[in-house]
Design a protein around this ligand. Structure first.
Ligand SMILES: [Zn+2]
Length: 318
């Protein structure tokens, strides 16, 4: 994707600066040294004309740069949300949920807020609590089999991860996936490959143990006609891990779904980017980061204008 700022810089470089070392075309060069019809007096007025021409060209180029960068900025927003028939809400912060408002780290453990990535709606912050979590659960009929036992163990591990995060952000387990904000599926993530432009081939097709994806949608607001920009998460969590790793992975993926859209470079944080031999619990740094994220502005949870239909198609990412 073209970076709008980069484009502005490139275009601005085309508009010469008086103090820069740009090789200006001198009037002499411009008019032709050996042309006998160009006497001194004529040269002076030609110089003025040329200066005027260059000055107006500079202004024109500057305007083109401004307009182009505006256009690119506009396109970069609609690029992510194709066919968008309304304006996204202006990013604003929401009030902190109570546990985070009360959170006060006395140890100065720091955070990894700088590692958090922005999405097309800025930060992935929840604004209505408790956040509804659906965990896929075993069917009653297969309760006695060995595979059902593994399913129960998987469910219990995931439930424990939900309970651990509930201390910091209110979560509620629901029985229907339709009403859930976060859906946790007992399945390997769908296979994905990245396309290498140089080799023109798909690469890195590999099975992962977990993946978290988000999507945006519109939900009705307090007034019936109002439309609120909302998000949902789906977490795919492999059934083929030990209970300890299922718990660690669920804890990590839930951290993403609660808004930590990035990784810690420190091994003792739950959001460390790689799986480790002895998975850490939720750390002070994890919560310091979470609190900073919830203090940031977001487009989520605010009304869009005007009021598009609820079934408006939307962007999803992972
Ligand atoms: Zn991760």
């Amino acid at each position: 994707m073209v970076c709008p700022l980069f484009a502005v810089r490139c275009l601005l470089q085309l508009t010469p600066d008086k103090n820069s070392n740009v090789n200006w075309v001198t009037p002499k060069d411009y008019l032709g040294r050996n042309d006998p019809s160009h006497q001194f007096g004529m040269k002076k007025s030609a110089t003025r004309r040329l200066r005027r021409f260059l000055y107006s060209t500079r202004k024109r180029l500057l305007w083109i740069a401004i307009l182009t960068s505006g256009l690119i900025l506009l396109l970069s927003i609609s690029w992510h949300v194709p066919g968008i028939p309304f304006s996204l809400p202006t990013p604003q912060p929401h009030p902190l949920p109570q546990p985070l408002a009360q959170w006060d780290d006395q140890t100065d453990a720091g955070d990894y807020f700088t590692e958090i990535k922005l999405t097309p709606v800025e930060h992935l912050v929840w604004s209505e609590f408790p956040v509804q979590v659906y965990i896929e659960h075993p069917k009653e009929s297969a309760e006695s089999s060995a595979s059902a036992k593994r399913f129960h163990d998987w469910y219990d591990a995931v439930l424990q991860a939900v309970e651990e995060w509930t201390v910091y952000l209110p979560l509620q387990v629901v029985s229907e996936t339709e009403s859930a904000d976060i859906t946790i599926v007992r399945s390997r993530p769908p296979l994905q490959a990245s396309f290498n432009r140089e080799t023109q081939r798909f690469e890195n097709i590999r099975a992962r143990t977990a993946e978290t994806r988000y999507e945006f949608y519109l939900r009705p607001g307090v007034e019936e006609s109002q439309r609120i920009l909302a998000h949902k998460f789906t977490i795919y969590l492999s059934p083929h891990q030990t209970v300890d790793y299922t718990l660690a992975t669920a804890r990590h993926e839930l951290g993403h779904a609660l808004g930590i859209w990035g990784h810690s470079p420190v091994e003792t944080d739950t959001m460390y980017y790689s799986q480790v031999r002895y998975p850490p619990e939720i750390s002070v740094r994890d919560i310091n980061t979470l609190k900073r994220i919830y203090q940031q502005p977001t487009r989520l949870g605010w009304a869009v204008t005007p009021n598009p239909p609820l079934e408006t198609p939307f962007y999803h990412g992972d």
